[in-house]
Write a protein that binds this ligand. Structure first.
Ligand code: 9WN
Length: 466
């Protein structure tokens, strides 16, 4: 593990250090998560990065999201990676020649001239767009930022709710462990065990050139990731008649969709007000949209999703939300809860409109024995501190991640736990700097792991400093 010898201490120094990371990782139209390990554009990374970039340059933050959304597929999906054509194929696996989106995904409406992956990541984008707008409404209006992005964000959410409700109960399912963004969470061990691993000689990992094998997923994990992705590709990335052997309702993904649906309501109200004002921007907005945006439509959707989240994934005994394995149990049945405590089950704290009692229980669970926040853990771990699979170093099987802790900080604040939010904010800042803006840290000691100068760690540091 690595700590900076002389960590900057004042807020101004910390801000400068975070800004340096974001400037270095900017490629001209978007930001790479990490220069070495992740040299392309990632979907949920870009949303978090934009939330930080807005404090440096509103136009650049807008551009980050616009570049991502320009790679949206015609069916509404926003790919989890947008590939940079000037990066050598061997720099990251799986590369564009694996996904082959422009050919294999043509039927699903993949862009013809940009290579992307064919799977998705959590929908944090509308929330990010709204926060970016609010940082500088004048620049946003002048550039027509919200009015151009709004229809794309609506189509993105429609893809998730219409093509991905595999359980049939009004929630979104993920079909690959990369989709919820928590690749090797112990919550996937059960459903993944049913997936036949690909031949290990059929692919070559690139990640081990940049990170310790003990900090990364295993070869067997990768063999299963490859199988799921190549089967989806060979099915033309279609969802309607796809077998989707891995189908999981994840509380993190669904909660972020709820938070983003609330943000869409704000965005819709803002555009409607622009139209009403009769300004030039308002006229352009009216001409560019098929119908006037209606905030109530989004509020109603958020309420329906929240009701489904509680009905399907809340587990009162565990004091948190659990993932649901849609393919477990009787064929065509209700699926089964996955009895692993992943931090994804606490992420719903970021969704406005939870029943009061559930929000209170989530906050209690965060500080209890399994997540230990403010007690045995300095930052919320990705997985149960006392769980059978807990590993403080290995990626999503225990380490604390800065994006997740930022979401929890926001949720604690939202539900009135101000002192705990303040304490978490201070801990995030301390460990971001002491770890050199690490990708993830040991939740008990704060020792850094994975990449350094990681973009969302720097971006969210800037946001918490603002
Ligand atoms: C696969 C980019 C991404 C994050 C994910 C994180 C990791 C990729 C990988 O890196 O996943 O998408 O190669 O391991 O798990 O959350 O978006 O930072």
């Amino acid at each position: 593990s690595h700590t900076t010898a002389h960590p900057p201490v004042t807020a101004a120094q910390l801000r400068r250090a975070a800004r340096r990371v974001l400037l270095r990782n900017w490629t001209g139209a978007s930001t790479v998560p990490s220069r070495g390990l992740y040299p392309h554009q990632w979907s949920w990374d870009s949303a978090f990065v934009a939330i930080g970039l807005r404090h440096l340059s509103a136009a650049r933050a807008q551009r980050e999201l616009e570049t991502l959304m320009a790679a949206q597929w015609r069916d509404g999906r926003v790919p989890h990676i947008v590939f940079n054509p000037s990066v050598p194929l061997g720099a990251y696996f799986p590369s564009p020649d694996f996904w082959r989106s422009s050919t294999a995904g043509a039927g699903a409406g993949a862009p013809a001239r940009t290579e992307t992956s064919g799977i998705v990541q959590p929908p944090v984008h509308a929330l990010a767009a709204w926060l970016v707008h609010r940082a500088d409404p004048a620049t946003s209006r002048r550039r027509g930022f919200l009015r151009r992005l709004y229809p794309k964000l609506v189509a993105w959410h429609r893809y998730l709710t219409e093509h991905r409700d595999l359980g049939g109960h009004g929630l979104v399912s993920v079909v690959h462990p990369w989709e919820p963004g928590m690749d090797n969470s112990p919550a996937w061990d059960g459903p993944l065990a049913r997936v036949e691993p690909a031949d290990p000689d059929s692919f070559r990992r690139a990640d081990l050139a940049h990170g310790a094998p003990t900090d990364r997923p295993t070869d067997l994990d990768y063999a299963r990731y490859v199988r799921l992705a190549s089967d989806y590709r060979d099915h033309g990335y279609r969802d309607d008649d796809a077998p989707h052997p891995f189908a999981v309702e994840d509380p993190g993904v669904n909660a972020l969709l709820i938070a983003s649906e609330h943000a869409l309501a704000e965005i819709a109200a803002e555009i409607a007000a622009e139209i009403d004002s009769g300004s030039a921007a308002g006229r352009a907005a009216r001409d560019g949209l098929r119908s006037a945006p209606d905030p109530d439509v989004h509020r109603a959707r958020a309420a329906r999703l929240t009701a489904a989240l509680v009905a399907r994934l809340w587990d009162a005994r565990a004091g948190m939300f659990l993932c649901r394995d849609v393919r477990a149990g009787e064929p065509g049945g209700r699926g089964e809860p996955i009895r692993e405590r992943s931090v994804a089950g606490l992420v719903p704290l970021v969704a406005p409109g939870l029943p009061e009692e559930i929000a209170q229980t989530l906050a209690d669970t965060l500080g209890g024995a399994h997540f230990g926040l403010g007690d045995t853990a300095r930052l919320a771990p990705s997985y149960d501190l006392v769980g059978h699979a807990f590993d403080p170093c290995r990626y999503w099987r225990g380490p604390a991640w800065f994006n997740v802790n930022w979401l929890l900080e926001r949720g604690l604040r939202e539900y009135g736990h101000r002192a705990r939010a303040d304490a978490l904010r201070a801990a995030v800042l301390t460990h971001a700097v002491s770890s050199g803006f690490a990708e993830y840290v040991d939740p008990r000691t704060g020792a850094g792991h994975g990449a350094r100068e990681f973009s969302w760690t720097a971006a969210l540091t800037l946001d918490l400093l603002a």
